[in-house]
Structure formats: C-alpha cells, structure tokens
Design a protein around this ligand. Sequence first.
Ligand SMILES: [Zn+2]
Length: 352
Amino acid sequence: MAVKFQDYYKILGVERNATEKDVRNAYRKLARKHHPDLQPPEKKEEAEKEFKMINEAYEVLKDKEKRSRYDRLGANWEHGDAFNDQHHYQQRPGYQRNQTGSGDFEGFSFNFGGEQGSGSFSDFFESIFGGAFSGGGGGPSRRTRRPRRGVDVEAELEVTLEEIYQGREKQLQFSLQDLCDKCGGTGQLGNSFCQACGGGGHVSTAKTIKLKVPRDARSGKKIRLKGQGGDAEAGGERGDLYLKVKVMPHSRFTLNGDDLETKVTIYPWQAVLGGKITAPTLDGSVRVTIPPRTHNGHRMRLRGKGMPRVGGEHGDLYLQLILDIPAKVEPEAEELYRKLAEFTGEKEGYGA
Ligand SMILES: [Zn+2]
C-alpha cells in the first residue's frame, strides 16, 4: 500500500529549522482559522480535512522525539512520494494500529464528526509512529478508563459442624483491595503518583460481612457472594467474593460426606444382653437400643441424624460400638465376673 508523504513543515508554514515557539504559534493561528466549527456548512468537510492535517503536523513537530524521527525518515521520501509501508511494519514488532481516535491538544478538543474508526491521523503518520506514539507526548500517559470488572476475591470461611447443622449466622472480617478514593484507581494525581495508594490505584479496606452458614457447607466448597469482591473501575461491576469453606475438626464427630461418625462405649453386660445406651448427636443426646449379642466395633446407623442437605433432608449418624469395661469395678461386680469365669471355664478358648 502506497503512503503519501506529508510535509508537516509546509502544512504549518514553518521553516525546517523553526523553533518550538514558531511551531506553536503557527499551529494556533492555523487551528483557529481552519477550525471546522467556524466554517459555513458547505466548507465544513474540507475544513475538517485541513484541520486534521494541521493537528497531525503539530502533533509531530511540537514533540522533539517525533520531530527528529520524522526528519530522519522524511528524507527517504524526498526522492519519491510513496513508499511501501508493509516493509516498514515488519520492522516494528508489537505495532498496534488501532489506537488512534480523537485527540486533545492544547485545550482544543476536536473530533472528526461521523467518521467512526477512520482515525485522526493519516496513513503516513501511522506508518512512522504507529499506535505507540499517538495521543501521547510528555508526562505520564493517561490510562484508558474502560469499565473493568472488579477482581474476584477469595477468603476462607471456617465453620464448625454445629454452625452448619444449625444454620447459624456468621460474621466475617477480611481485607479487600478497593479502588483508591483519592485518585479513583488511576494511581495518579496530576502528573505525580498518588500517595494514598502508592500509585497502585488500590487500597486495602477492612470489610465485614454476615452470612448464614449454608446447609451444604463442606470443606472445599466455594460460596459465591455476588458483588462483594473487589471494587471496579469507573462504570464497571464489582467482583465477587468466594468463600472457601473449611470445616473445623470436631472433638466428637467425624464428617464423611453428609454422614457423621462417632464412637460409643458399651459394657460387657450390654453387649451380651442388649439394652439402652445414650448416644451423642449434633442435636443433643438420644437413647438408643442396642440388640443383644452385640460385638465390639459393631456399627449402628441412626437415620437422619447426620448433616443437613440442601433439600431439607439429613445424612445419617453412624455409631461405632466399642466394648470396654467401666473404669471402676466394684468388689461385688468382681465377684460376679469370677462366677462368670468359673461357669465359662476354658470353653471360650484362648483368652488370658
Ligand atoms: Zn490513589
């Protein structure tokens, strides 16, 4: 694609050795004269083109870096008025072409009405400077304020089995990276870094939320709280807060899916004769009947005494029956055991 050479000095009507001041004065004069808003309707279109070239010429000649680049490369066009820009692009990896738009120079705000996406610079300008230069020029470049969604935040939610079982409300405190109020998240105040956030655009804010522990809270589950995450940039949506559940170990119960397990001690006479024992649940203790001839390690299922499920049902509670003797054996009881031993004799085999 052929690109037409633009003589920026000629456009502004200044000499090649013009000073910055000469350039600025020439630009101001021409910009006022050709400003499209000051033209009669039939001349508006022509004026816009001219005004655009004046601004482009000024954009280059007011800037030392751009001007010297233009002077250097411009020499190659003196001998012919076209060059192959394809070749040129290849020498500039990372080049982005899509960044031009309306600009804002010296308080003039201009906008090339109606021509969406046509760009405010000529192909010539873009072939020399590309997107990297456009709109910049001196001082920290302004960050584009596109509405961006705030970050998602993850925090750990420690819960006990009781809190899940009873669906208790919990209060949670954590710190969140919020947009800095002072600079609005840009990290800049005027031409310097924002002190309040150290230029990062975010500040750490303490936050408290309350939530009812869901019935299906289990270790590793993530609870999403929409819009409770990081602050968004202008116009954007807040991020979400993800609470990663950690179920704390319990002194009595072991959690296995929706089921609970616990050990309960039974005594020799209960094991042989059966009877009622007291067993713990998360909902208080219950009386449980054990059948006669119950062996050590036997498991009993208490239906519906486990953890709550989403639908309203519960898992089960498994009691593992551990056969033991009481801590204290009264002399009368010992006498009975002796009788039992005499009665049983060697029949039961290999015990002590
Ligand atoms: Zn700030």
